[in-house]
Design a protein around this ligand. Structure first.
Ligand SMILES: [Zn+2]
Length: 94
């Protein structure tokens, strides 16, 4: 293998990828759960646009939410911190 090909190799990442069975699935190392996970956002800014009506009352027109800060991922069964798998989780969320 040439040096150029070596350079093309993926850079080492701190993100963890699931390697267990079945392949590509996250499994909680503490309780074995592979079905339920909880994502937590440090803070979410929610903005709601209101229209004031002729009688002075307000009607919500549109709601926007923006996530800010750290996102963490936990096992949904025992609460184990699975954040190292968060990027994988996002890639596979659809
Ligand atoms: Zn667990």
């Amino acid at each position: 293998m040439t040096q150029l090909e070596n350079n093309k190799k993926r850079q080492p990442r701190t993100v963890r990828r699931p390697v267990g069975e079945p392949l590509g699935k996250i499994v909680c190392p503490r309780c074995g759960n592979s079905a339920h996970f909880v994502e937590q956002l440090e803070s979410v800014l929610v903005s709601t646009v209101y229209r004031q009506n002729l009688d002075g009352s307000f009607t919500p027109v549109e709601q926007r939410s923006e996530a800010e800060g750290e996102r963490t991922l936990f096992c949904g069964e025992c609460g184990y911190d699975m954040t190292p798998f968060h990027e994988h989780f996002q890639d596979m969320s659809f």
